[in-house]
Design a binder for this molecule. Sequence first.
Ligand code: S3P
Length: 431
Amino acid sequence: MKKLSSAPKSGLHGTIVVPGDKSISHRAIMLGSISEGDTTITHFLEGEDCLSTLQAFRDLGVEIDKTDDKVVVHGKGTGQLHASEHALDMGNSGTTTRLMMGLLAGLPFDSKLVGDASLSKRPMKRVSEPLKEFGVTIETNDGKLPATVKGGSIHAANYQLQVASAQVKSALILASLFADEPSAIIEQLPTRNHTEIMLNQFGANVKTADDDVTITVQPHPKLKGQTIYVPGDISSAAFFMTAAAIIPGSDVVLKNVNLNPTRTGVLKVLEKMHADVTVTELPSKGEPIGDIRVKGSKLTPIQLTAADVPALVDEIPLVALLAACADGVSDISGAEELRVKETDRIVAIATELRKLGVQVEEKPDGMIITGRKDWQVNDHHLDSYGDHRIGMMNAIAALRTDEDLFLQNPESINISYPNFFQDLAEINGGE
Ligand code: S3P
């Protein structure tokens, strides 16, 4: 149980360099591991999820050196990968599991994947079923982990995705690298495209058509090790962007944040809610980056629909919190994917905001939130549900009240942001 801090009357002030992007850190380890030559990764996210990916590739025979300031993956092509002596432990990480299912399908051995209690409840058929179309067999436990990927034989396919999911898309792209001919993967809606960008950087030929949803993958590229600087994670920055927006008098700068347009939905939401946000783009060679400055302001309600969701899927707990502070009624729809995240985030958000006295009506695919200036806390014990983003949402919400609030299970935050409370203290007068 951790006691949470309130914000000072003068608001939150300061500058934070947020940790490296989780999605990009995973992919850098994966692509480095199947390339020829060293891949040097700086600003790698040392959250538990990315460490699960790193350990899995070590277990598959890849030499990976990690020091305080960099990770070096000694790639020797796919030939160096061999079956792990024990089941690969995916920990809490859906991204590791789903992307690796696609990648392992192309390697000439079988792999068993296991995960923690939360991951073992999450749906894996969304990857195993489409991979069937590519000739791949994945044995699952009724669509869940543990699963065994039967590696070694992949044929090309044209596949239309049934869910808007970058994890599923990426699994199919990675499998397509090992196919006999080019494959096409067609998305429902554009989702984060870090796999496509990074694969091309490593020397692959992955093209996205002008419709933004049709991706063609040429098989058997010669991938070469690269130097990767992982930009700051906008999904981590978003906690402090939200904090600054909801605490009057705040002025907070987030440095070197990834501004890939498939991830910046939260900036659009803040703009629509009339938050005071300034983005300064910085020169960069790969993914776009910039500094984001947010000041406290009066917020208006927001309407979110399915088309808005992929670019802010991980930020919806924060959109809900912003809505809880806005003047009026907000409506979040088309977000049923939240039900299958680390926990059912629709239930978790509704339960936690209600403890603060906010009116939340749950819908199958979202929620209706009536914002209010003064919350009336009716339960001082908040819960993370073992979900890092719900834990951090609660810590940011707590800033807004003078009541003593406590967070159950704060360790879950280490999944994506081990220094979260230190960074929060930076802008919260050391609290
Ligand atoms: C991710 C994709 C998203 C996101 C997750 C990371 C990725 O999941 O929620 O945190 O790195 O590809 P879905 O693909 O399930 O939407």
